[in-house]
Structure formats: C-alpha cells, structure tokens
Design a protein around this ligand. Structure first.
Ligand SMILES: Cc1cc2nc3c(=O)[nH]c(=O)nc-3n(C[C@H](O)[C@H](O)[C@H](O)COP(=O)(O)OP(=O)(O)OC[C@H]3O[C@@H](n4cnc5c(N)ncnc54)[C@H](O)[C@@H]3O)c2cc1C
Length: 465
C-alpha cells in the first residue's frame, strides 16, 4: 500500500476499517475492478478476501463500523444493487476471491467451487471426467452470483436452471458465523439462496451437481437482417415444441467491424441463431445432430444463412459460441420475461433499436419451464421467452443506447409478463420484479432472519415496475 493510502486508512474516511483499503491504494483498485465499466464503483473502502477467515474479518469490521457491505466478484452486475446515488455510495465493497482449488468428485458427480471462480475456470476441471456444469453464455461470469440468480444455460431446457443443481452453499452471515445451507441444514435459507439473489451473507463455497455431457452440437447461423421478420416467427413456432435437448437464442446483432469477427457478422446488422443441443453419451450424438437439422431446415428453406457453424463440438467450445465480450465493457441493457410475439410484434421489435449490439430472445420451456420438487425461490420460468437487449454505454454511445432500449421495450409492451429473470438485470434503475408476492415475502422474511440489521441490505435488487 502506498504511504498516502496508508495515511488515509488511519486518518481519512476509511480510518479504522482495516482490512478494507482506502481509495487510491492498489488493494482498492484490485477489489473494485469490475466488468461493467458504466457504473461508478466508488465504495468508502474495498477489500479482496482470499480466505474464509478474511471474509469473517471483513464482515465483523463492516458491522462494527456500521457501514453497509456489498459483495462483488466479477462486477458484471455491479449496477444492479446499491444506493440510488451510486451503486456503492457510502458502502464497503468485499470481493471474495477464495484462494482454493475447485474440488471435483467424479463418482458423486459433484464439484465444490470456492467463491471468486468464474465458469471459465471451473469448466476445464470437470470436462475431463465426461461431465459439465450448467454455465451461462459467458465464461467470465462468476459461479456464485450466477447461481444465486437462477442461471440460464444452453443446457437449460434439458437440465433446468443452474440454481437447481446446487447441493449446498457455505456462507458467512452478518454476525460472522460460517454456516452451510442444504436440503438438510438450514433448509429455509437454502430455499431462499437458490434464485433469491444476493443479500443473505457472503457465500464462500458452492457444492454443485455436475451433469454428463459427451458433446454438444453448437454454433451460429447468420442471416441478413432483411430476412429476420420472416424467420423469427418460424423459430418461435419450432421453439414451442422443440425437444428439451436443445436450447437456443435468437438475436438481432449489430456488432462493430472487429477483425476478430467473421465477415458475415463484422459491422453488419444480422439475425443470428445460436445455442446447443446436448449429447449426454456418444450414442446420443446422431439425435442431437438431427434436432439441429430439424431446427435449421425450415429456416433455410425461407432464406439461406450467410454463415452456419452449427457442428458437433466438445463441451469446452460452448462458452465461446455466444461471443460475449471477453473483457470489461461499458454497457446498458434491458430485460423481461415475455410471451410469444405475433407477426406484428416481431416486425416492430426487429425493426427497432438499430444502435443496440444485440436484441435477444432466449428460448425457455423444457426443464427451464418445469417446477422442481424441493427447488428454491426460483426453480423455473413460466414464460416461453427471455428478452435481453444490450448496447454500449460509454459517453459517446450511452444516449443512443438509452433511446433504443426504450424503443425496443415499447415494441415489446404487449408481450411483457411483468416478471424478469434476476440475473439479466444490470441496473437498479431498470424495471424488475422476479417473484410473485408470496415468494418475495418469504425470501425477505428469511433475509431478515439472517441479517436483522440489514448489513447486506444494499445487495438486494429492488422491485421496480
Ligand atoms: C456477458 C454476460 C453474459 C451473461 N450470460 C448469462 C447467461 O447466459 N445466463 C445467466 O443466467 N446469466 C448471464 N449473465 C448474468 C450473470 O449471471 C449475472 O450478472 C450474475 O449476477 C453475475 O454474477 P457475478 O458474480 O459474475 O457478478 P457480480 O456483479 O460480481 O455479482 C452480482 C451479484 O451477485 C451477488 N454475489 C456475487 N458473488 C457473491 C458471493 N460470493 N456471495 C454473496 N453474493 C454474491 C451479489 O449480490 C452481487 O451484487 C451474463 C452477464 C454478462 C455480463
């Protein structure tokens, strides 16, 4: 720590807050580094915890100081919670990067994942065993944050929400106790944590079920934007009765002219269909290929794709397919769970919002639409489709993105269900409501039981209509 920073820690606003480091220090910079660059990450002080004992120390310090404590691992969703004046205004920030390996038990088909790991770090540990995890579209997403918000993967229609694969969570509560929540230990807390979002404590480890996967049939098919309004209703019709082995995403993409992108995508507005069909064994692979062929055939009969990379691949290939930005970016987004669109709805949505990078509808249904016995606060979605739109939000682009996000929402208004998937909400200012009233009340009651004084209250997503 620099001399100036140490002086601030003992005399400035961060005085008495060790192990939290003050603004200006290298430790502060490390703990506040976030994937989302559009949010002002300016806590009073910040700390990267490397051990469970570090987390306990941080929690007791925050409690003693009477300051709210917010948890951020990758900072993908750092704008989702916090104060209306700024996501971390007046709070302490804790970044749990527990320095321990992922422990895989191939016989039990489980893995113990320490807080701080991303899906991209976990995947290579499990794939050699013929197993995989229910990771999302980007390898950079943190395992714990994703699980707490449900977790929609391209394995979802086959295996369900990732939160349903959680066997236990170990966390540090507001009073400094380290507890484990599972079906048999603190079952109410276990219920709430699975999909109930943050704000219960600091999760230091998740024990998750692994699923058998031999290969995926995955890739992207790309059509000209001019064909989109004819193709999207056909995809929706296919999606309605598609087998659960496949989960897909249909997007209008307007990606920058980056040399790393295929020419069919770079600098063009296109319709893209990606996702994965899962072959759990080698014998399943022909069926998975057929499912993809059956999906693409009616679309290709209307318009030949400019690019089609769908092909069998090892599970490690899947996180690259959706082409999420690999590093920090300033972005702004909107999301909603929606019903099926009619032709006018598709035309309005697909024609709106030219400045956005992506206007996406993810296919739900299958196991993602099926309640799970013993499931948590969020174990399925009733809606058939999940909407997510995203654009750049640096000083040059933020205004156009905001305008286009509003236009796209306006096109979607007739189809909104009033609910959102919590993981896809990126800002506390967005419309969001993830649970029915009874579920929300139960989640809140459990939160209050473990955090009477609201130490973690700023880590809770607001309801906003
Ligand atoms: C490029 C990109 C792709 C995505 N793709 C998908 C996808 O395919 N499917 C999907 O479901 N979601 C997806 N998401 C959303 C992502 O799952 C959520 O933003 C998730 O909350 C990120 O968790 P994190 O830990 O990485 O982020 P952070 O911003 O670090 O954490 C988000 C919140 O999780 C909580 N949290 C995180 N770690 C802990 C912990 N150790 N203890 C207690 N609370 C904790 C806190 O409340 C925190 O505010 C994507 C996001 C991005 C940016």
């Amino acid at each position: 720590m620099s001399t100036t920073a140490s002086a601030t820690l003992t005399t400035g606003p961060a005085a008495g807050l060790a192990p939290f480091a003050p603004p200006g220090s290298a430790e502060y910079a490390e703990a506040t580094a976030a994937y989302q660059l559009a949010a002002a990450v300016e806590p009073v002080a910040a700390f990267t915890a490397r051990t469970v004992q570090d987390v306990v120390h941080a929690v007791t310090t925050a409690r003693r100081a009477g300051l709210p404590l917010q948890v951020s691992t990758t900072g993908h969703a750092i704008g989702r919670t916090g104060s209306p004046t700024g996501p971390l205004d007046g709070a302490l920030l804790l970044r749990p990067l527990i320095d321990a390996p992922v422990r895989v038990d191939p016989h039990q088909r489980t893995a113990r994942v320490p807080a701080g790991k991303t899906w991209g770090e976990v995947l290579p540990q499990v794939v050699p065993h013929g197993l995989t995890v229910l990771h999302g579209s980007s390898p950079t997403v943190g395992v714990i944050g994703y699980l707490l918000g449900g977790g929609i993967s391209f394995y979802g229609r086959r295996f369900g929400l990732a939160a349903n694969s959680v066997r236990s969570l170990t966390l540090v509560l507001a009073d400094g106790q380290v507890v484990t929540a599972s079906a048999t230990q603190r079952p109410e807390l276990f219920w709430a944590l699975r999909g109930g979002g943050g704000g219960f404590g600091v999760v230091v480890e998740a024990e998750i079920d692994l699923v058998p996967v031999h290969a995926v049939v995955t890739g992207t098919a790309v059509w000209d934007a001019a064909d989109a309004a004819r193709l999207a209703p056909l995809w929706q019709e296919w999606a309605r009765t598609a087998p659960p082995q496949i989960t897909t995403s249909l997007r209008m993409l307007s990606l920058p002219p980056l040399p790393s992108l295929p020419p069919a995508l770079a600098g063009r507005r296109v319709l893209a269909l990606d996702g994965a069909a899962t072959a759990t064994t080698a014998a399943d692979l022909p069926a998975a290929r057929r499912i993809v062929e059956d999906m693409l055939a009616p679309l290709s009969a209307v318009a030949q794709p400019r690019l089609n990379t769908w092909a069998p691949a090892p599970p490690q290939a899947l996180p690259a397919v959706h082409m999420d930005p690999p590093g920090p970016v300033a972005f702004s987004s909107d999301t909603a769970l929606v019903g099926e669109l009619d032709e006018a709805g598709w035309a309005a949505l697909l024609g709106a919002a030219p400045s956005l990078l992506a206007l996406e509808l993810r296919q739900l249904g299958g196991a993602l639409g099926t309640p799970v016995p013993g499931g948590g606060a969020l174990d399925h979605f009733s809606a058939p489709l999940q909407y997510y739109a995203v654009g750049l939000a640096d000083p040059d682009t933020a205004a156009a993105t905001a305008t286009d996000l509003r236009a796209a929402r306006s096109a979607l208004r007739p189809y909104l269900t009033g609910l959102t998937a919590p993981n896809f909400v990126d800002s506390s200012q967005q419309p969001q409501r993830s649970y029915d009233a009874a579920t929300r009340a139960r989640v809140e009651r459990i939160r209050l039981e473990v955090d009477r004084d609201g130490l973690f209250a700023r880590d809770v997503s607001p309801v906003r209509d």
